[in-house]
Design a protein around this ligand. Structure first.
Ligand SMILES: Cc1cc2nc3c(=O)[nH]c(=O)nc-3n(C[C@H](O)[C@H](O)[C@H](O)COP(=O)(O)OP(=O)(O)OC[C@H]3O[C@@H](n4cnc5c(N)ncnc54)[C@H](O)[C@@H]3O)c2cc1C
Length: 386
C-alpha cells in the first residue's frame, strides 16, 4: 500500500489531523493501535481552553515576548477553529462555548502572594497585547462565588465530549477519502531517502510522510522520550448538586481554573447539574500503585473542592478517574519536524490542555506538509528545546 501521509495514533490529534489533510485533498491513512480515541482522549475532562497550560510570563521569559505572544494567539485561533470545524461538520459532541476564569484563591491552600502573582501575569499579557480582563471584586463574587484575591477572564474556550468529537472528525475525514485503520498498531517505522516504510501486523505501508500523534513518544521513538515526561492527572465527577446550593457555586457559564501549579479545573456537565473537578497532577505512578493512588487523589480532590465551596461538603463523587499525558519541559507541545527523522512530523507532549493543541497541531502539520511553514510555529517545534 502506498499513500501520501500515514498518521500513527487515532486520538483527537490524529483525527483532527486526518480531517485537515483529507479536506486539503491529501491521500492520508490513519493507523490506530486500538479503537479511535480510546486513549487519553476518551478520559479528558473535555475542557478546551483558549490558551495553553503554562503561565504566559514563564514562556515569555524562556522564549521572548514575540514567540510567547504568537504561541498564545495561535492557540486561541486553534480553539476557535476547532469549535467552528465541529459545528460546521455538525459533530454531535455537546459542544458549548465558555469563558475561562483563572483565579487566585484567598487563604489556604493558596500562597499569600497568589493574587499579586496572577495580577502580574495579567499585566504581562496586557503588555504583550493579549486578550484577558482583570475581574473586579464584585465580578469575582458574582461569577466564581468563592473567596478570591484576583481573577482573569478570557473568552473563546469551550467544552465538549472529546471521544465523540474524535469519532466525528475521523468519520468526516473518511468521507473525504481518508483511510482509517483501527486495531492496527504500527510496529516499526523505517525511512529511506524518499519515503518512510511503516510495518503493521498485516503488512507494510509506504508513505511520503509519517505523522506521529501517539501522545507520548512510544517505543517507536525512544530517542524522543527525554523531551516528554509522563504525568498523571485526576478527575472526579460529583453526584447531582442539589438545586438549593448550585447558586452558591461557580456559574455554569464559566470554566474555572485556579492559579496553583499544577492547576485545578472546575466545570459543569450533565445539563449543569454535576461538577467535574480535576487536578492533583503528579509524575506518572507505576501500574501497581494506580488504584490506590486514584482512591487517595479522588478523596483529596473532593476535600479541595469543599475548601473552595464549603456548601458542597457531604456531596459524594460518583466517579473518579485518571490517565497519563505527556508534558514537555516548558509545558508547550512539540509539533513539527525533528532533524533526526526525515519524512516525519510529530505532535507529542500535548499536555493536560491538549484538546485545543490537537487542532493547533493539525494546522501546523498541514502547513509543514504543504511546504508553507510559518516561522513563528517554531515556538511549538523541537528546535526550542533541543
Ligand atoms: C485524565 C486526563 C484528562 C485530560 N483532560 C483534558 C481536558 O479537560 N482538556 C484538555 O485540553 N486536555 C485534557 N487532557 C489532555 C488530552 O486528553 C490530550 O492532550 C488530547 O486528548 C490529545 O490526545 P492525543 O490524540 O495527542 O493522544 P491520545 O488520545 O493519547 O492518542 C494517541 C493514540 O495513539 C495510539 N497509539 C499509540 N501507539 C501506537 C502505535 N504504535 N500504532 C498505532 N497507534 C498507536 C494510542 O492507542 C492512542 O489512541 C487530559 C488528559 C488526561 C490524561
Amino acid at each position: 500500500m502506498a499513500i501520501d501521509v500515514a498518521i500513527v495514533g487515532g486520538g483527537l490529534t490524529g483525527c483532527a489531523t486526518a480531517y485537515a489533510f483529507a479536506a486539503a485533498g491529501i491521500r492520508v491513512a490513519l493507523f490506530e493501535a486500538e479503537r479511535i480515541a480510546q486513549g487519553s482522549t476518551a478520559l479528558a475532562g473535555g475542557v478546551m481552553t483558549s490558551e495553553p497550560g503554562p503561565a504566559f510570563s514563564a514562556i515569555e521569559t524562556r522564549h521572548g515576548r514575540r514567540a510567547a505572544r504568537y504561541a498564545w494567539q495561535a492557540w486561541r485561533r486553534a480553539a476557535l477553529d476547532g469549535a467552528a470545524t465541529l459545528r460546521r461538520l455538525r459533530v454531535q459532541c455537546r459542544l458549548t462555548s465558555r469563558d475561562l476564569v483563572q483565579f487566585a484563591g484567598a487563604g489556604f491552600p493558596y500562597a499569600a502572594d497568589a493574587g499579586t502573582r496572577l495580577t502580574r501575569e495579567w499585566q504581562a499579557r496586557q503588555q504583550a497585547g493579549l486578550e484577558g480582563a482583570l475581574i473586579k471584586r464584585s465580578g469575582l463574587t458574582r461569577d466564581i462565588r468563592t473567596e478570591a484575591a484576583a481573577g482573569v477572564r478570557t473568552h473563546d474556550s469551550a467544552q465538549f465530549d472529546p471521544y465523540r468529537a474524535s469519532v466525528g472528525l475521523a468519520s468526516a475525514a473518511a468521507t473525504r477519502g481518508a483511510q482509517i485503520f483501527e486495531r492496527s498498531p504500527i510496529r516499526r517505522v523505517k525511512f529511506g531517502r524518499h519515503e518512510a516504510l511503516l510495518e503493521a501486523d498485516g503488512g507494510r505501508v509506504r508513505a511520503g510522510r509519517v505523522i506521529i500523534a501517539t501522545g507520548l513518544p512510544t517505543a517507536l521513538f525512544k530517542a524522543l522520550r527525554r523531551h516528554v515526561t509522563p504525568m498523571d492527572t485526576y478527575f472526579v465527577l460529583t453526584e447531582p448538586v442539589p438545586a438549593a446550593i448550585r447558586h452558591q457555586l461557580a456559574r455554569p457559564a464559566i470554566i474555572l481554573r485556579d492559579s496553583q501549579a499544577p492547576p485545578h479545573t472546575l466545570h459543569w456537565v450533565d445539563e449543569d447539574r454535576r461538577i467535574v473537578f480535576g487536578g492533583a497532577d503528579q509524575a506518572a505512578v507505576p501500574t501497581r500503585l494506580q488504584t490506590k493512588t486514584l482512591v487517595q487523589r479522588s478523596g483529596q480532590l473532593m476535600y479541595e473542592l469543599s475548601l473552595l465551596y464549603p456548601a458542597i461538603s457531604g456531596l459524594q463523587a460518583v466517579h473518579g478517574w485518571s490517565a497519563t499525558y505527556g508534558l514537555t519541559a516548558d509545558g508547550l507541545p512539540c509539533i513539527g519536524p525533528h532533524r533526526n527523522f526525515p519524512h516525519h512530523l510529530f505532535a507529542l507532549g500535548m499536555g493536560r490542555d491538549g484538546l485545543a493543541g490537537a487542532f493547533l497541531a493539525s494546522r501546523i502539520l498541514l502547513r509543514e506538509h504543504l511546504g508553507e511553514p510559518n516561522r513563528s510555529d517554531e515556538v511549538y517545534g523541537f528546535g526550542r528545546i533541543l
